[in-house]
Design a protein around this ligand. Structure first.
Ligand code: IVH
Length: 691
């Protein structure tokens, strides 16, 4: 290709050419991806694209946030940073049926009437509603400054979100630059916030899962998780390969600038700027219209490429929305009307017993594959023995399976009318189906457990847990490989992982030298710098989840201290009740577990030193502080620490203040805070909040 050598360009010339290329490529990409009306051949487009990439490499300072080259991803991050939302991302109240919807509509109308009277609101404008799909994806807030996408935040806890800008720049349906709309009435605002939902198509989701299973990676439970997992990749080139889409559902501007004052018109405005919207979107002026819109949507939903879990009904007029206001978590002017769960009939072919990490025997239903709400279901959990008995389900039954939201498919019931007498009752095994050891049902427990601590099925599950993402996060050690390692007797417990050699691993079927080497070095690398809490979680002690492990590790940050934990001490810890304490003590008092722990530690673990609060902690998110009196550190230092934890510091006490931090000889602010019922903290109490 006859590229002009960039060095012969001055930075000014390069900037000019980059500007032209960005504009042209943006224009043509829109024609190609959004309007399906390309004007350039693929080859010509590629040539321009590569030219731009070339110039950006030669002049890195000229790389722009709205460059189409960002669509392929950027340099990987080490972590996402947290940022507060300009206004909280609220949730929606739900109406589960027509009655609840009717109630909402009436209540809102009454409230509006009252508010109008109170505020002497003159307008007699009739209340209008909009109805649109409720997307079942991942919420995102996009900020455009002068038409350029500056920041994309996830919802987070609603107050503080994670910055996923680089990833979002790879999503084709997110415009990187907004071209000014044609109309003069509403020029592009200086700052525009667009909120919406990132979605994964159902067919893409199925294809992705197939690939993942092939590669020995765990499949995603549903399209929403696939969207979320794709969006939260530190390496945006991975996100770029995932077919994500963005659908907008709200727009806001901060300043008093001309902007459409109804939800419907705002959405039309976004559409003109290039955003995708709910395919069903209507203004309704009566409850009857809303109900008939709902009926039509119910039929249509199954054919949509995406999952939708209901409709959102909103007051159309923005001034009326403002008059109605919001509760702490949800606006008073909108409601989500949920669709009923998706169900299907199929045959229960068999019941298989799976042995889990803690030896629990779980019955799993094998079903004749059936599409349920767009996803083919062939397995479903039956929870436990009692559940099967309670439902009276037999093998061979026609059953109803249900999927809703992120729940694993469940067998709801059998269909009595379909029985022909050939159905068989299921008998729960009295021995472990994997190792033939005895099983036991503890008093008061629904779960039946295999009592053999060296049951190979348990070993496999314990190892899967040990290396999983939230535990030691050992890459390349998937379920299939773990099964092979156990089957070939290279590994019979977690500790054996650390004495694996490349030579031994590479003897396994379909294992090359390079992959074997990678796995072995990933296992070795996992011994370095693990926070002790994660290690404790990885051990898979019953009832000790991620959070509890962290709490225990804070109280006992070394193995020595862990081993000396008493029941009293455990019970003093936040969120640790008798059940957890008993389970931890059982682990500590079990000679077999302790011997295993010794062998794991002998592999040479170096734990991360006790971590101070992370830089992006959000423990004080949304909380407002005022400092007063003489503190033992400078005000600046204290303020910085509060902000590092997501809080804000302001200078005067008001109703909005959450805490007053009072040092020595504090004065009038304490009085004011007392009057307003605001919590007053000493420095020590503030430190406790940080922890
Ligand atoms: S409006 C202030 N419209 O549902 C109200 N939300 O349960 C803001 N969602 O966090 C939400 N589709 O992420 C709105 N058409 C839609 C929506 C929608 C999906 C999500 C949104 C929100 C959640 C609330």
């Amino acid at each position: 290709m006859s590229e002009q050598v960039p060095e012969t360009l001055s930075p000014e010339e390069a900037a000019e050419e980059i500007d032209t290329l960005v504009r042209e490529l943006t224009y043509h990409a829109d024609l190609y991806y959004n309007r399906e009306a390309p004007e350039l051949s693929d080859a010509e487009y590629d040539r321009l694209f590569r030219r731009l990439q070339h110039l950006e490499t030669a002049f890195p300072a000229l790389l722009r946030k709205d460059s189409p080259t960002r669509r392929v991803g950027a340099v990987p991050l080490t972590d996402f940073s947290s940022h507060p939302h300009t206004t909280p991302m609220l949730s929606l109240d739900n109406a589960m049926n027509g009655e609840e919807l009717q109630e909402f509509l009436e209540r809102t109308e009454r409230l509006l009437q009252r508010r109008k009277e109170e505020e002497e609101h003159a307008s007699e404008e009739a209340l209008e509603w909009t109805s649109e799909y409720k997307f079942d994806g991942v919420a995102l807030s996009l900020t455009y400054i002068d038409g350029v996408l500056e920041q994309a935040l996830t919802r987070g806890d609603g107050v503080v979100g994670e910055d996923v800008s680089e990833n979002v720049r790879t999503i084709r349906s997110v415009p990187l630059r907004l071209s000014s709309p044609e109309e003069e009435r509403f020029p592009l605002p200086e700052r525009l916030e667009v909120r919406g939902e990132v979605l994964f198509r159902r067919d893409d989701f199925l294809a992705l899962n197939e690939e993942r299973v092939e590669r020995d990676e765990p499949p995603f439970a549903n399209p929403r998780n696939a969207a979320s997992g794709s969006l939260r990749q530190l390496d945006s080139t991975i996100t770029a390969q995932r077919p994500l889409s963005f659908y907008a559902y709200s727009a806001s501007v901060r300043e008093q600038v001309p902007f459409p004052d109804s939800h419907f018109e705002q959405m039309q405005y976004l559409h003109r700027l290039g955003f995708h919207l709910s395919s069903r979107f209507a203004i309704c002026t009566s409850p009857e219209e809303i109900f008939s819109h709902y009926e039509a949507a119910l039929v249509e939903r199954e054919e949509l490429p995406f999952e939708v879990d209901g409709l959102v009904i909103k007051v159309n007029q923005v001034p009326l929305q403002e008059l109605l206001g919001a509760r702490e978590r949800s606006p008073r002017w909108a409601i989500a009307v949920k669709f009923p769960p998706v169900e299907a009939f199929t045959t229960l072919e068999d019941i298989e017993i799976q042995v889990g990490r803690t030896g629990a025997l779980t019955p799993v239903a094998h079903l004749t594959p059936v599409p349920v709400g767009g996803v083919v279901v062939s397995r479903a959990t039956l929870h436990n023995e009692d559940e099967i008995r309670r439902k009276g389900i037999r093998i061979g039954d026609t059953v109803i399976v249900r999927r809703q939201g992120d729940v694993i498919p469940a067998v709801v019931s059998y269909v009595a009318g379909k029985r022909d007498g050939s159905e068989r009752e299921f008998h729960f095994p009295t021995r472990c189906p994997e190792c033939n050891a005895e099983v036991e049902r503890e008093e008061g427990e629904a779960v039946i457990r295999c009592l053999n601590p060296s049951c190979p099925a348990q070993t496999v599950q314990r190892i899967i847990h040990f290396v999983s993402r939230k535990a030691l996060d050992i890459e390349g050690l998937g379920e299939k490989l773990i099964l092979l390692l156990v089957e070939h007797e290279l590994v019979s417990d977690i500790a054996d992982l650390f004495s694996l050699t490349t030579e031994a691993v590479q003897e396994l079927p379909r294992m090359g030298e390079k992959s074997a080497e990678n796995v072995v070095s990933a296992i070795r690398a996992a011994r370095e710098g693990v926070p002790f809490g994660r290690f404790l979680y990885a051990l898979g002690i019953r009832h000790v989840g991620e959070r509890t492990a962290k709490i225990i590790a804070e109280a006992a940050p070394t193995v020595e201290e862990l081993r000396h934990l008493s029941e009293e001490r455990l019970l003093e810890l936040p969120e640790v009740g008798p059940e957890i304490a008993r389970s931890v003590l059982a682990f500590l008092n079990s000679p077999a577990e302790q011997e295993l722990l010794d062998r794991i530690l002998a592999a040479g673990f170096h734990f991360q030193a006790h971590t101070p609060p992370t830089e992006h902690s959000t423990s004080l998110a949304g909380k407002s502080f005022v400092l007063t009196g003489t503190l033992s550190r400078s005000r600046g230092e204290v303020q910085e620490e509060i902000e590092r934890h997501g809080g804000r510091v302001s200078s005067s006490v008001s109703k909005k203040t959450d805490f007053l931090v009072a040092g020595e000889s504090a004065g009038s602010k304490v009085e004011k805070a007392k009057k307003l019922g605001i919590s007053i903290l000493s420095e020590a109490e503030l430190r406790a909040l940080f922890a």
